[in-house]
Write a new protein. Structure first.
Length: 325
Protein backbone atom coordinates (compact mmCIF):
# COMPACT_ATOMS: atom_id res chain seq x y z
CA UNK A 1 0.00 0.00 0.00
CA UNK A 2 1.25 3.47 -0.88
CA UNK A 3 0.62 5.83 2.03
CA UNK A 4 2.04 8.96 0.41
CA UNK A 5 5.46 8.92 2.04
CA UNK A 6 7.98 11.18 0.27
CA UNK A 7 11.39 10.53 1.81
CA UNK A 8 13.98 7.98 0.72
CA UNK A 9 12.53 5.70 3.40
CA UNK A 10 9.06 5.73 1.80
CA UNK A 11 9.12 2.15 0.49
CA UNK A 12 10.58 0.76 3.71
CA UNK A 13 8.00 2.56 5.84
CA UNK A 14 5.16 1.20 3.73
CA UNK A 15 6.60 -2.30 3.83
CA UNK A 16 7.19 -2.20 7.60
CA UNK A 17 3.61 -1.11 8.30
CA UNK A 18 2.26 -3.74 5.89
CA UNK A 19 4.21 -6.37 7.78
CA UNK A 20 2.91 -5.15 11.14
CA UNK A 21 -0.68 -5.19 9.85
CA UNK A 22 -0.16 -8.72 8.54
CA UNK A 23 0.92 -9.66 12.06
CA UNK A 24 -2.43 -8.35 13.39
CA UNK A 25 -1.14 -5.00 14.65
CA UNK A 26 -3.18 -1.87 14.03
CA UNK A 27 -1.98 0.41 11.24
CA UNK A 28 -2.74 3.41 13.46
CA UNK A 29 -0.14 2.22 15.95
CA UNK A 30 2.64 3.09 13.50
CA UNK A 31 1.17 5.47 10.94
CA UNK A 32 1.38 8.73 12.88
CA UNK A 33 5.06 8.34 13.79
CA UNK A 34 5.85 6.98 10.33
CA UNK A 35 4.42 10.09 8.70
CA UNK A 36 6.23 12.30 11.18
CA UNK A 37 9.50 10.48 10.54
CA UNK A 38 9.00 10.61 6.77
CA UNK A 39 8.40 14.36 6.88
CA UNK A 40 11.42 14.86 9.14
CA UNK A 41 13.70 12.95 6.75
CA UNK A 42 12.23 14.61 3.65
CA UNK A 43 12.90 18.07 5.11
CA UNK A 44 16.18 17.48 6.96
CA UNK A 45 17.86 14.46 5.34
CA UNK A 46 16.61 14.50 1.74
CA UNK A 47 19.66 12.64 0.41
CA UNK A 48 19.90 9.95 3.11
CA UNK A 49 18.71 6.44 2.39
CA UNK A 50 20.35 4.74 5.38
CA UNK A 51 19.22 4.94 9.00
CA UNK A 52 22.41 6.36 10.50
CA UNK A 53 23.25 7.24 14.08
CA UNK A 54 23.33 10.96 13.25
CA UNK A 55 19.88 10.80 11.69
CA UNK A 56 18.36 8.89 14.61
CA UNK A 57 19.85 11.18 17.26
CA UNK A 58 18.60 14.22 15.39
CA UNK A 59 15.14 12.63 15.07
CA UNK A 60 14.73 11.99 18.80
CA UNK A 61 16.26 15.26 19.99
CA UNK A 62 13.75 17.37 21.94
CA UNK A 63 11.94 19.68 19.56
CA UNK A 64 11.86 22.32 22.28
CA UNK A 65 13.35 22.61 25.72
CA UNK A 66 10.37 21.38 27.73
CA UNK A 67 9.01 18.79 25.31
CA UNK A 68 7.12 15.99 27.03
CA UNK A 69 9.37 12.98 27.65
CA UNK A 70 6.70 10.60 26.38
CA UNK A 71 6.96 12.13 22.90
CA UNK A 72 10.72 11.68 22.89
CA UNK A 73 10.44 8.09 24.08
CA UNK A 74 7.79 7.42 21.43
CA UNK A 75 10.08 8.65 18.65
CA UNK A 76 12.92 6.56 20.07
CA UNK A 77 10.71 3.47 20.13
CA UNK A 78 9.70 4.05 16.52
CA UNK A 79 13.36 4.43 15.51
CA UNK A 80 14.12 1.06 17.11
CA UNK A 81 11.16 -0.58 15.39
CA UNK A 82 12.26 0.73 12.01
CA UNK A 83 15.90 -0.25 12.63
CA UNK A 84 14.85 -3.74 13.64
CA UNK A 85 12.79 -4.11 10.46
CA UNK A 86 15.58 -2.78 8.24
CA UNK A 87 18.15 -5.09 9.79
CA UNK A 88 15.93 -8.11 9.40
CA UNK A 89 15.52 -7.31 5.73
CA UNK A 90 19.27 -7.09 5.19
CA UNK A 91 19.77 -3.32 5.34
CA UNK A 92 22.25 -1.37 7.43
CA UNK A 93 20.58 0.53 10.26
CA UNK A 94 21.63 2.12 13.53
CA UNK A 95 19.76 0.63 16.50
CA UNK A 96 19.27 3.05 19.37
CA UNK A 97 20.14 1.33 22.69
CA UNK A 98 17.18 0.72 24.98
CA UNK A 99 18.77 2.57 27.90
CA UNK A 100 19.40 5.67 25.81
CA UNK A 101 16.01 7.11 26.73
CA UNK A 102 15.47 5.26 29.99
CA UNK A 103 16.37 8.22 32.21
CA UNK A 104 14.30 11.17 33.30
CA UNK A 105 15.72 13.37 30.55
CA UNK A 106 17.04 12.49 27.12
CA UNK A 107 20.70 13.40 27.03
CA UNK A 108 21.92 14.69 23.66
CA UNK A 109 24.89 17.06 23.68
CA UNK A 110 24.82 20.27 21.69
CA UNK A 111 28.28 20.99 20.33
CA UNK A 112 28.86 24.69 19.79
CA UNK A 113 30.77 25.79 16.72
CA UNK A 114 33.63 28.26 17.11
CA UNK A 115 31.41 31.02 15.76
CA UNK A 116 28.62 30.14 18.19
CA UNK A 117 31.03 30.13 21.15
CA UNK A 118 32.34 33.56 20.20
CA UNK A 119 28.81 34.96 19.95
CA UNK A 120 27.75 33.18 23.14
CA UNK A 121 30.53 34.59 25.30
CA UNK A 122 29.95 38.03 23.81
CA UNK A 123 26.33 37.73 24.95
CA UNK A 124 27.43 36.49 28.39
CA UNK A 125 29.81 39.43 28.78
CA UNK A 126 27.01 41.86 27.97
CA UNK A 127 24.22 40.07 29.85
CA UNK A 128 21.74 42.62 31.27
CA UNK A 129 22.36 42.39 35.02
CA UNK A 130 20.26 45.35 36.11
CA UNK A 131 23.25 47.43 37.14
CA UNK A 132 24.87 44.64 39.17
CA UNK A 133 28.42 44.89 37.84
CA UNK A 134 29.64 42.07 40.08
CA UNK A 135 27.09 39.62 38.66
CA UNK A 136 28.32 40.50 35.19
CA UNK A 137 31.90 39.57 36.10
CA UNK A 138 30.73 36.46 37.97
CA UNK A 139 28.85 35.12 34.95
CA UNK A 140 31.75 35.79 32.59
CA UNK A 141 34.12 33.98 34.94
CA UNK A 142 31.84 31.05 35.81
CA UNK A 143 30.96 30.03 32.25
CA UNK A 144 34.56 30.37 31.08
CA UNK A 145 35.76 28.23 33.98
CA UNK A 146 33.26 25.52 33.06
CA UNK A 147 34.38 25.62 29.44
CA UNK A 148 38.14 25.92 29.85
CA UNK A 149 38.41 23.38 32.68
CA UNK A 150 35.70 20.96 31.54
CA UNK A 151 33.82 21.13 34.84
CA UNK A 152 30.34 19.84 35.55
CA UNK A 153 28.02 22.84 36.18
CA UNK A 154 27.45 21.89 39.83
CA UNK A 155 31.18 21.52 40.41
CA UNK A 156 31.54 25.16 39.44
CA UNK A 157 28.69 26.52 41.55
CA UNK A 158 29.70 24.54 44.68
CA UNK A 159 33.37 25.45 44.36
CA UNK A 160 34.83 26.99 47.51
CA UNK A 161 37.50 29.66 47.73
CA UNK A 162 39.83 27.42 49.68
CA UNK A 163 39.90 24.98 46.79
CA UNK A 164 41.05 27.50 44.18
CA UNK A 165 44.75 28.33 44.24
CA UNK A 166 45.06 31.67 42.45
CA UNK A 167 48.84 31.59 42.78
CA UNK A 168 49.50 28.53 40.64
CA UNK A 169 46.09 28.15 39.00
CA UNK A 170 44.97 24.81 40.45
CA UNK A 171 41.31 24.05 41.12
CA UNK A 172 40.53 21.23 43.54
CA UNK A 173 37.17 19.55 42.91
CA UNK A 174 36.21 17.87 46.17
CA UNK A 175 33.74 15.02 46.67
CA UNK A 176 32.07 15.36 43.29
CA UNK A 177 30.21 12.69 41.33
CA UNK A 178 30.69 9.19 42.82
CA UNK A 179 32.43 10.99 45.74
CA UNK A 180 35.55 11.44 43.66
CA UNK A 181 37.96 14.35 43.95
CA UNK A 182 40.43 15.67 41.40
CA UNK A 183 42.61 18.65 40.58
CA UNK A 184 42.40 20.62 37.33
CA UNK A 185 44.65 23.40 36.11
CA UNK A 186 43.49 26.71 34.68
CA UNK A 187 45.00 28.13 31.52
CA UNK A 188 47.00 31.34 31.82
CA UNK A 189 44.13 33.40 30.37
CA UNK A 190 41.63 31.78 32.72
CA UNK A 191 43.88 32.34 35.71
CA UNK A 192 44.25 36.04 34.90
CA UNK A 193 40.48 36.40 34.63
CA UNK A 194 39.94 34.48 37.88
CA UNK A 195 42.38 36.73 39.74
CA UNK A 196 40.63 39.90 38.52
CA UNK A 197 37.27 38.41 39.41
CA UNK A 198 38.46 37.44 42.92
CA UNK A 199 39.49 41.01 43.71
CA UNK A 200 35.98 42.27 42.94
CA UNK A 201 34.35 39.32 44.74
CA UNK A 202 36.38 39.81 47.91
CA UNK A 203 35.36 43.43 48.09
CA UNK A 204 31.65 42.56 47.92
CA UNK A 205 31.60 39.20 49.73
CA UNK A 206 34.60 39.14 52.08
CA UNK A 207 33.21 36.34 54.28
CA UNK A 208 31.31 34.09 51.86
CA UNK A 209 33.19 30.78 51.54
CA UNK A 210 32.08 30.04 47.99
CA UNK A 211 34.09 30.96 44.91
CA UNK A 212 30.89 32.13 43.19
CA UNK A 213 29.01 33.67 46.14
CA UNK A 214 25.49 34.92 46.55
CA UNK A 215 23.72 36.93 49.25
CA UNK A 216 23.08 35.18 52.55
CA UNK A 217 26.30 33.16 52.52
CA UNK A 218 25.00 30.97 49.73
CA UNK A 219 26.30 29.98 46.31
CA UNK A 220 24.55 30.14 42.98
CA UNK A 221 22.59 27.05 42.01
CA UNK A 222 23.32 25.13 38.84
CA UNK A 223 19.65 25.61 37.89
CA UNK A 224 19.99 29.39 38.08
CA UNK A 225 23.11 29.29 35.94
CA UNK A 226 21.28 27.11 33.45
CA UNK A 227 18.46 29.62 33.08
CA UNK A 228 20.88 32.50 32.52
CA UNK A 229 22.81 30.37 30.05
CA UNK A 230 19.69 29.77 27.97
CA UNK A 231 18.97 33.50 28.01
CA UNK A 232 22.51 34.27 26.85
CA UNK A 233 22.28 31.69 24.07
CA UNK A 234 19.06 33.30 22.85
CA UNK A 235 20.73 36.73 22.96
CA UNK A 236 23.59 35.33 20.87
CA UNK A 237 21.11 34.37 18.12
CA UNK A 238 18.87 37.42 17.78
CA UNK A 239 17.66 36.42 14.33
CA UNK A 240 16.36 33.01 15.47
CA UNK A 241 12.92 32.77 17.14
CA UNK A 242 13.22 31.36 20.64
CA UNK A 243 10.91 28.45 19.89
CA UNK A 244 13.25 27.36 17.08
CA UNK A 245 16.43 27.47 19.14
CA UNK A 246 18.04 24.12 20.01
CA UNK A 247 17.99 23.03 23.63
CA UNK A 248 21.34 23.90 25.20
CA UNK A 249 22.77 23.40 28.67
CA UNK A 250 25.76 24.64 30.61
CA UNK A 251 26.86 20.98 30.52
CA UNK A 252 27.39 21.36 26.77
CA UNK A 253 30.39 23.59 27.50
CA UNK A 254 31.98 20.57 29.20
CA UNK A 255 31.32 18.48 26.09
CA UNK A 256 32.86 21.13 23.88
CA UNK A 257 35.93 21.17 26.14
CA UNK A 258 36.41 17.43 25.66
CA UNK A 259 36.02 17.51 21.89
CA UNK A 260 38.38 20.50 21.69
CA UNK A 261 41.07 18.55 23.53
CA UNK A 262 40.57 15.54 21.26
CA UNK A 263 40.71 17.73 18.16
CA UNK A 264 43.98 19.21 19.35
CA UNK A 265 45.45 15.75 19.87
CA UNK A 266 44.33 14.74 16.40
CA UNK A 267 46.00 17.82 14.93
CA UNK A 268 49.17 16.88 16.79
CA UNK A 269 48.92 13.28 15.49
CA UNK A 270 48.72 11.94 19.04
CA UNK A 271 47.54 8.38 19.73
CA UNK A 272 44.08 8.92 21.21
CA UNK A 273 43.92 5.53 22.91
CA UNK A 274 47.03 6.33 24.97
CA UNK A 275 45.85 9.86 25.79
CA UNK A 276 42.32 9.05 26.91
CA UNK A 277 43.30 8.09 30.49
CA UNK A 278 44.64 11.62 31.00
CA UNK A 279 41.39 13.17 29.82
CA UNK A 280 39.44 10.69 31.91
CA UNK A 281 41.27 11.76 35.08
CA UNK A 282 40.98 15.46 34.27
CA UNK A 283 37.22 15.27 33.67
CA UNK A 284 36.52 12.98 36.62
CA UNK A 285 34.99 10.09 34.71
CA UNK A 286 34.67 6.81 36.55
CA UNK A 287 35.02 4.63 33.45
CA UNK A 288 37.20 5.13 30.37
CA UNK A 289 34.12 4.44 28.22
CA UNK A 290 32.60 7.74 29.32
CA UNK A 291 35.68 9.55 28.01
CA UNK A 292 35.85 7.49 24.83
CA UNK A 293 32.32 8.56 24.03
CA UNK A 294 33.58 11.97 22.94
CA UNK A 295 35.47 10.39 20.05
CA UNK A 296 32.09 9.48 18.59
CA UNK A 297 31.06 13.16 18.68
CA UNK A 298 33.93 14.16 16.41
CA UNK A 299 33.11 14.64 12.72
CA UNK A 300 34.25 11.57 10.84
CA UNK A 301 35.82 13.68 8.09
CA UNK A 302 37.92 15.49 10.72
CA UNK A 303 39.18 12.23 12.17
CA UNK A 304 40.06 10.94 8.70
CA UNK A 305 41.76 14.19 7.72
CA UNK A 306 44.03 13.84 10.74
CA UNK A 307 45.29 10.51 9.49
CA UNK A 308 43.38 8.38 12.01
CA UNK A 309 41.71 5.15 10.98
CA UNK A 310 38.15 5.87 12.18
CA UNK A 311 36.94 2.28 11.88
CA UNK A 312 39.90 0.95 13.85
CA UNK A 313 39.34 3.57 16.52
CA UNK A 314 35.64 2.75 16.69
CA UNK A 315 36.42 -0.92 17.21
CA UNK A 316 39.27 -0.34 19.62
CA UNK A 317 37.36 1.91 21.99
CA UNK A 318 33.94 0.72 23.17
CA UNK A 319 30.87 2.83 22.43
CA UNK A 320 29.75 4.51 25.64
CA UNK A 321 26.06 5.17 26.15
CA UNK A 322 25.04 8.70 26.96
CA UNK A 323 23.49 7.93 30.32
CA UNK A 324 26.86 6.76 31.69
CA UNK A 325 28.57 10.17 31.60
Amino acid sequence: MNRGFKSNFAAELDQMIDMKVALSFSEKTYLFRARQFDRFCFENYPEDAELTEALVLSWIKPAYDEENNSSIHSRAAFARTLADYLRKTGRNAYYLPEKFTSGIRVFIPYLFSDEELTALFKAIDSYPCGGDSFLQVLLSTYYRLIFTCGLRPGEGTRLKRENVDLEIGEVRIVDSKWHKSRTVVMSEDMLRLARKYALIRDAKYPKNVFFFPKDGGRCWSAASMQEKFKECFALSKPDTPKDLLPAVRVYDLRHRFATTVLNQWLDEKKDLSSRLPYLRTYMGHREIDATAYYIHLLPENLVKSAGIDWESMRNMIPRVELWQE
